[in-house]
Design a protein. Structure first.
Length: 277
């Protein structure tokens, strides 16, 4: 039994690298619940519940699920030590139609411990962002801010300013919109990350992975982005929007035992000897 994760790990004697157990403040993994059934959700949590820290019920879909079923899904996540939350577009919708208070009350009523407050389409401004965070926290909700645009590039300086607004207001972490990092050729914009991380503590940022909803993004680029974040930011990088099929892949990358990990393995003196042979 691994004392950190609570898992029975039969391959630990073979040198499987350890990982810190939950609750974690960094090395966070958030995966996307894009409409999975309760039985499927429970099966996934049995498989990788110890490796994930949060689950996003995408966009506004939390509002389309039967209330009793939604409460059961939220309860199953929380029992597994996974923080569920509705996608930030739901809060943006509520903001745009003037129902934020009712939206936050409903989040509390169904049992969400966490909400995302994004500024992808709407713009509440610095005072509005702080007010939204304060309204959520007054209800006992933790807050994830989100910065970046879905239709264009905001840039590192503007995103950093928004991130600081969220954090100063009491947000737990700040998600960074995946589209910001995607260059015209679909490659990950590493310079943008460096510019953002120079302005905001990287441990406060939670980088979203790109996906099929962004043009010119392919599966291999998602994998390369996970590898790059772990190698460049570190094994404690916070990575979000992970497809449920990729959670275990990401965990192998974090433990530096995944496929195509020669650069990571080469950090070990013993591995350097093996790789030279």
């Amino acid at each position: 039994m691994d004392p950190n994760t609570g898992l029975s790990e039969p391959f630990a004697p073979a040198g499987l690298p350890p990982r810190a157990g939950k609750p974690r403040e960094n090395g966070l993994t958030m995966f996307m619940d894009s409409g999975i059934s309760l039985p499927e959700q429970r099966g996934l949590l049995d498989l990788f519940g110890q490796h994930v820290d949060a689950a996003k019920i995408l966009t506004t879909t939390a509002g389309l699920i039967d209330g009793d079923l939604l409460r059961a899904k939220i309860s199953a996540y929380r029992e597994a030590g996974v923080k569920p939350f509705p996608g930030g577009m739901f809060a943006e919708y509520a903001f745009s139609v003037g129902t934020v208070e009712a939206y936050l009350d409903a989040c509390v009523e169904v049992g969400f411990p966490l909400v995302e407050i994004s500024q992808n389409i709407t713009d509440a401004g610095p005072d509005g962002r702080r007010a939204l965070v304060a309204a959520a926290r007054a209800r006992g909700l933790e807050v994830l801010g989100e910065v970046g645009g879905k239709t264009g590039h905001v840039g590192a300086e503007a995103m950093a300013a928004e991130a600081r607004d969220f954090l100063d207001a009491g947000a737990w972490k700040v998600l960074v919109e995946a589209r910001e990092f995607i260059a015209a050729d679909g490659a990950f914009d590493r310079e943008l990350w460096d510019g953002l991380a120079q302005r905001v503590d990287a441990s406060s940022l939670w980088v979203e992975l790109p996906g099929s909803w962004i043009s010119n993004v392919h599966n291999y680029q998602v994998y390369e982005t996970m590898v790059w974040l772990v190698t460049h930011v570190g094994t404690e990088a916070n990575i979000a929007n992970v497809d449920s099929r990729d959670v275990m892949k990401l965990e192998t990358i974090r433990r530096r035992i995944g496929p195509n990990m020669h650069g990571l393995l080469s950090e070990s003196p013993a591995a350097r000897v093996r790789l030279r042979r």
